[in-house]
Design a protein around this ligand. Structure first.
Ligand code: ATP
Length: 384
């Protein structure tokens, strides 16, 4: 969808910002460009919408050499989000969002309806926020409007230059999550510039790690973290890359353990006898269909009533497919020491600290060897 062929950019003062760059971003793919300040990321991105012209080489968008496309027409097909959002201060949020559709000749009512839809998509209620002015928004809300505006004319390609750079880390993580959810729905072809390896790893389907004007490694987050191509990449991704993997490794059913289980309608006394005989001190409580109902301590199961009447709500849980980092966070918030993992409402099993460690190690090995995670044998002292 976006293809760089031996692209070089030399500025008039002799600085080579980008040196013989070739790579491709597939349709619907999100590629992050990451690297230290001044390595040529922004130059790369701005050549795609012809805000900067390459010195040599070709760039194709949708198979078309962009050197032959009128820049104004080109930019209508390419949404652009920058850190300083650049909203018009005297226009409402709704009118700001409707800017591009209006420019390309949509009727006002249609443009505004589309703008409202997009504000909704980025998590801003158009009824509350549509009539506000940019200075009546928080930094994070302004960034969201920037994203909504870039998407308004439904461009197939989105360029994002440090789009979440101007907000604090908590809001930043929230915006990243929302953006990922949105991208899963709209599947744009995205080039996103960041200097933050954590952000690159979280957001990218693939990552281009930049050295000076060159890509040192272009691969999936797992591969970049698991087997850095050069000492430079290894240093850039950092010694804590095992920890960074927590946010890109998803919980799979095979990672889970099966804990002691009791049914909601089971008489409490009988459940207590059964569980004690198995040496269990607690049990996950399921309803008749296998859905997660809660948990109960064996000591709480007196003679009367049913298990369901004595069960506690399960607050320590994460959905299957969630990143291990989320499970680890939940694990640290509760005394249980494990987290329940359902698929929708259906209970699949629990993730224990030992299983979390195992999933992470398997994922490192799997990437290093280029095989699926379930093909990695694992031998832990925790199993002994
Ligand atoms: N107009 C210009 N004239 C001369 N040199 C320039 C110009 N614009 C950028 N450069 C240089 O080109 C190199 C790459 O700059 P670029 O802005 O692409 O880097 P970057 O990776 O996006 O950095 P940052 O993360 O700091 O934004 C830098 O050395 C920069 O100083």
């Amino acid at each position: 969808m976006i293809r760089f062929e031996q692209v070089t950019k030399r500025y008039p003062d002799g600085t080579t910002a980008v040196d013989d760059l070739s790579f491709e971003v597939s349709e619907g793919e999100l590629v992050t460009l990451v690297g230290p300040s001044g390595c040529g990321k922004t130059t790369t991105m701005m050549m795609v919408n012809r805000l900067i012209e390459p010195t040599s080489g070709r760039i194709l968008v949708g198979g078309e050499d962009i050197a032959a496309v009128d820049p104004v027409r080109l930019r209508r097909r390419i949404g652009y989000v920058i850190q300083q959002v650049g909203l018009f201060p005297h226009r409402t949020v709704l009118d700001n969002t409707a800017t591009v559709p209006t420019l390309v000749g949509w009727k006002r009512a249609k443009a505004r309806a589309r703008a409202a839809e997009l504000l909704d998509l980025v998590g801003l209620d158009p009824k509350t926020f549509g009539s506000r002015y940019p200075d009546q928004l928080s930094g994070g809300q302004r960034q969201r409007v920037g994203v909504a505006r870039a998407l308004a004319a439904d461009p197939p390609v989105l360029l994002m230059d440090e789009p979440f750079g101007a907000v604090d880390p908590v809001v930043r993580e929230q915006l990243q999550d929302e953006f990922l959810r949105m991208q899963a729905a709209v599947r744009k072809t995205v080039l996103l510039v960041t200097h933050d390896i954590e952000e690159a790893v979280r957001l990218g389907d693939r990552i281009a790690v930049y050295g000076q004007g060159r890509i040192e490694q272009f691969d999936t987050p797992g591969a970049v973290l698991g087997s850095p191509a050069t000492p430079y990449v290894a240093e850039f991704v950092g010694a804590d890359r095992g920890l960074k993997r927590l946010s890109v490794t998803q919980i799979e059913p095979a990672d889970l353990e099966q804990p002691p289980v009791a049914r909601v309608d089971e008489p409490a006394g009988r459940a207590a006898d059964r569980l004690r005989a198995d040496g269990a001190r607690w049990a996950v409580v399921l309803d008749a269909g296998g859905d997660l109902h809660g948990w109960v301590g064996v000591g709480e199961l007196g003679a009367g009533g049913t298990v369901g009447e004595l069960a506690h709500r399960m607050s320590s849980w994460v959905p299957v497919g969630a990143p291990l980092k989320q499970a680890f966070g939940v694990m640290l918030q509760h005394d249980a020491g494990w987290v329940a993992v359902p698929d929708g409402a259906r209970f699949l099993g629990v993730l224990t600290p030992a299983k979390l460690h195992e999933a992470l190690r398997r994922s490192v090995d799997a990437d290093a060897r280029g095989v699926p995670r379930d093909q990695v044998a694992f031998d832990s002292v925790a199993d002994a």
